[in-house]
Design a protein around this ligand. Structure first.
Ligand SMILES: Cc1cc2nc3c(=O)[nH]c(=O)nc-3n(C[C@H](O)[C@H](O)[C@H](O)COP(=O)(O)OP(=O)(O)OC[C@H]3O[C@@H](n4cnc5c(N)ncnc54)[C@H](O)[C@@H]3O)c2cc1C
Length: 409
């Protein structure tokens, strides 16, 4: 059984099914309808740099004070957030960053090899944009200030092509002339509809013999160190041989119940607006590095989003952040029309070290964890699924999963 039908849970289910397991995915919501539905659609295989890095701390006060800034904390939530924040700060020392980048590089490398057969079988392989991503800066000096990030990417073999203003505008004429430097990362790809992609994968799972079941896992019964059944919210009990926890940001209480571990997982809320008639065309995802937001071309319009807000799972969305992001975007994309947009907020399941949790439960030999993919859950889902299937088959996983252990917090 897999708890959670987001992109990660569905990819785990497909990988397990394809290794011969009978699989049931349990979720109170429709597959892919939570965080996996409205994201930026990027297969960010180039993103080997963890978010917490040397020097970041000094930028935080300015970001928090800027109403258009990329970071917000609801102050009432701060006491709950402090332990996570402390770990986030510690994760940014140079040695840890190098270790985390290595783990991310290993996990990201097989992304398209792992996705290709799934997307092909699901009939959505041709819905990807393969034009790379373009990261833009006002000028080369601004780019140089991000040297650590680009050096790290190059060190891990990420292809990065530096472009001057003329080359940037040749690729994306809609950008303001004030953008005078860019980096094209050609290996990045985008889906034009992340929700459609997960829906297609879920339909594939059913075609291949998997089962989708509506319900919320609330408890588990164990005998001799093995989970034998789970209890759903409606009080039904479901017997199982193995359990995969893939409930995104909602995995935390399940880990506490199963392993008595307090995993460092926070909702890093992100916002976007999808503009059905943006009045401009972008040919690929554009990443606005200095203001930390992105614009992604989608089947249903242009999606402008980003931002990180820490306010927990219960606080209502603050859609003023969507408006702020559009305001920023208009400065970089002068022809942008912002009428008629659809606003969205999602809960990135974020860990302090930017690494997901992938691996076996320390206490329950038939429980596996697959959550905490933060900014890169769409990207890392297929490889996570393969690793979980390898573990469930008792194999040595093809990527070292030690850095992703649930016990590391
Ligand atoms: C603004 C924004 C932009 C992003 N852009 C990108 C991007 O470009 N590229 C990228 O790779 N990633 C991106 N992400 C991150 C990505 O969306 C997430 O990492 C990913 O969707 C997480 O998938 P998931 O399956 O772990 O979680 P979810 O999609 O949230 O799925 C978890 C599921 O678990 C279910 N659930 C909860 N509790 C229980 C329970 N007790 N029992 C059973 N089921 C339960 C939920 O209903 C939900 O369906 C972005 C995120 C945001 C917010």
């Amino acid at each position: 059984m897999i708890a959670g039908a987001g992109v990660v849970g569905i990819c785990c289910a497909l990988a397990l099914r394809r290794r011969g397991f009978s699989v049931t995915v349990v979720d109170p919501e429709a597959p892919g309808s939570q965080t996996s539905s409205g994201n930026a659609g990027g297969f960010g295989v180039t993103e080997v740099m963890p978010l917490s890095a040397p020097g970041l701390l000094w930028k935080v006060p300015g970001w928090l004070l800027d109403p258009l800034g990329p970071l917000a904390i609801r102050w009432r939530y701060l006491p709950q957030l402090l332990p996570w924040l402390w770990r986030f700060v510690r994760a940014g020392d140079a040695a840890r960053v190098a270790h985390q980048a290595q783990a991310l590089a290993a996990l990201l490398k097989p992304t398209f090899d792992d996705y290709a057969p799934l997307l092909q079988a699901a009939g959505v392989a041709d819905s990807l944009i393969s034009e790379g991503a373009l990261t833009v800066y006002r000028d080369r000096d601004a780019y140089r200030r991000d040297a650590l990030e680009w050096d790290t990417k190059r060190a891990w073999g990420v292809r990065c092509e530096e472009l001057d203003g003329a080359d940037v505008h040749a690729l994306e004429p809609a950008l303001s002339p004030d953008v005078r430097f860019g980096v094209l990362t050609p290996d990045w790809r985008n889906t034009v509809d992340p929700f459609r992609l997960v829906t297609a994968l879920a339909e594939l799972l059913v075609r291949e013999g998997g089962t989708l079941h509506r319900g919320r896992v609330v408890d588990a019964e164990s005998v001799d160190g093995l989970v034998r059944s789970v209890r759903l919210e409606d009080a039904t009990r479901v017997a199982l041989d193995r359990l995969v926890v893939a409930a995104g940001v909602w995995s935390k209480p399940l880990v506490r119940r199963l392993d008595s571990l307090d995993v460092a997982l926070e909702s890093e809320r992100g916002y976007n607006t999808t503009l059905p008639a943006p009045g401009i065309t972008l040919h690929r995802e554009v990443i606005f590095a200095e203001r930390k937001f992105v614009a992604s071309p989608m089947a249903m319009g242009l999606r402008i989003g980003g931002a990180a807000e820490f306010a927990g799972l219960e606080a209502p969305p603050n859609y003023a952040r969507c408006t702020a992001l559009l305001q920023l975007a208009q400065a970089y994309l002068p022809g942008l029309r912002t009428e008629g947009g659809t606003q969205w907020m999602g809960h990135r399941p974020s860990t302090p070290d930017s690494l997901p949790v992938i691996g076996r439960s320390p206490a329950k030999a038939n429980v596996f964890y697959a959550f905490g993919h933060g900014h890169l859950g769409l990207t890392q889902a297929a490889t996570t699924g393969r690793l979980i299937a390898e573990l469930a088959c008792g194999e040595v996983p093809s990527i070292d999963v030690q850095p992703f252990a649930v016990t590391r917090f």
